[in-house]
Design a protein around this ligand. Structure first.
Ligand code: HEC
Ligand code: HEC
Length: 349
């Protein structure tokens, strides 16, 4: 009997070890999925900081896990639907490894308050940062795109991802304690009463998720590329294109063969040319909205001559934008799409 018990214990220990060996590596998962925006040590970037003790002291593990799952539709933070529960938990444990204080837990019990009064208080104390309807600040995270004097972008509160992740009790705790080291102050210290705080929580809870969805799935009906045939030869088309770009207030950066850098200059196919152009105020506006626009700006149009036919082509910025889950960027890329098409049409009139 004793032998069997000892044997069972060994088997159990071995099984336990196998579980540990298979446990996902939170540090690695964070590096792969989150660090690009939140920084390798959670100090923030395109995303808000995650390592601040004042942040960690007001959020539960459940909130972190739910936020990873839901993301923040239209607000850059992606929804990670493909990670397993064990992987999400490993990421949450890794985020907690930066913090040594007590981890709060919250119940789902609703906080009772007067949302009408909360609405008035919100207009007075919160709207200047979180927006009149809780839509959040413009731009992203803690990058240079933030307005001066605001070191961290106020998150959207009317966002379905936030509302589905944060229980009332957590929102109340954030209002009571604030987030030291960020613009989010303690509203108890600022003089609001417990009842005011509850009214504010009730108002925030009354937000419907009004965010515009911007997901890779919503490209249905959009052309992935813009293609316009030119009635002219390559040289005339390039000349017209340069003029059209110029008259649309862009300046032409350079043009070069598509194969530039891939082969020696004399071998690059002269019948495939990329024209780069830029509008500096527009570029700055785009960078302020999302620094990742560097991936597809400056603007470019490719002109190809094939079997005597000349074609102008550009990637549709509206489609590219959908990869970024940023509804502000979507609006800008719609404008860019219209300007691309206008230029391409003018060049081929
Ligand atoms: C493409 C950039 C990007 C990636 C990748 C990203 N995030 Fe975010 N994250 C953001 C932004 C931006 C916000 C703020 C949203 C807002 O302003 O409403 C945010 C918000 C959050 C929040 C809420 C913070 C708060 O103040 O309550 C958490 C938690 C979070 N992210 C965790 C993660 C984790 C964990 C990963 C990886 C699994 C990740 N994020 C990947 C950009 C990103
Ligand atoms: C001066 C600007 C400012 C004001 C005013 C302000 N906030 Fe914030 N708030 C922020 C910032 C910035 C954050 C993100 C802090 C961080 O990175 O942890 C934040 C975070 C929050 C969060 C947590 C959201 C999340 O995703 O973690 C809630 C809830 C919140 N604020 C509600 C309010 C309410 C309600 C008011 C008015 C009583 C208010 N805030 C006033 C700037 C502000």
């Amino acid at each position: 009997m004793r032998f069997i018990t000892a044997f069972l214990l060994i088997v159990l220990a071995a099984a336990q070890q196998a579980v540990w060996a298979d446990a996902p590596d939170g540090a690695k998962l964070f590096a792969q999925n989150c660090a690009v925006c939140h920084g390798e040590t959670g100090s923030g970037g395109i995303g808000v900081p995650l390592s601040l003790p004042s942040f960690q002291a007001t959020v539960s593990n459940q909130y972190l896990a739910a936020t990873i799952r839901h993301g923040r539709p239209g607000r850059v933070m992606p929804a990670f639907t493909r990670l397993s529960d064990a992987e999400v938990d490993a990421i949450v444990r890794y985020i907690r490894s930066w913090y040594h204080g007590p981890v709060p837990t919250y119940t789902d019990a609703p906080v009772k308050g007067n949302p009408e009064h909360g609405k008035q208080l919100f207009a007075e104390h919160c709207a200047m940062c979180h927006g009149a309807d809780g839509q959040g600040g413009k731009g992203t995270g803690v990058t240079f795109s933030r307005p001066r004097g605001l070191p961290i972008m106020p998150p959207a509160l009317n966002n379905g991802g936030f509302l589905a992740s944060a229980p009332d009790a957590m929102i109340r705790a954030v209002l009571i304690h604030g987030r030291a080291g960020t613009p989010m102050i303690s509203f108890v210290k600022a003089g609001l009463t417990k009842r005011d705080i509850d009214d504010l929580v009730a108002y925030v809870r009354s937000f419907r998720s009004t965010e515009k969805t911007s997901a890779a799935g919503s490209v249905a009906g959009l052309q992935p590329d813009l293609i316009v045939q030119s009635p002219y030869d390559l040289k005339t088309t390039l000349h017209n294109l340069t003029q059209a770009i110029d008259s649309d207030n862009f300046f032409v950066g350079r043009d070069q063969p598509v194969e530039y850098g891939l082969t020696t200059p004399d071998k690059a196919n002269p019948h495939q040319v990329i024209v780069y152009f830029c509008d500096v105020p527009f570029l700055n506006k785009a960078l302020a909205i999302d620094p990742r626009v560097g991936l597809f700006l400056p603007c470019r149009i490719t002109v190809v001559e094939h079997e005597g036919k000349v074609t102008l082509m550009a990637v549709n910025p509206e489609v590219v934008s959908k990869l970024f889950n940023n509804s502000e960027l979507d609006e800008l890329c719609k404008e860019m799409h219209d300007r691309y098409l206008a230029i391409m049409q003018e060049a081929t009139l």
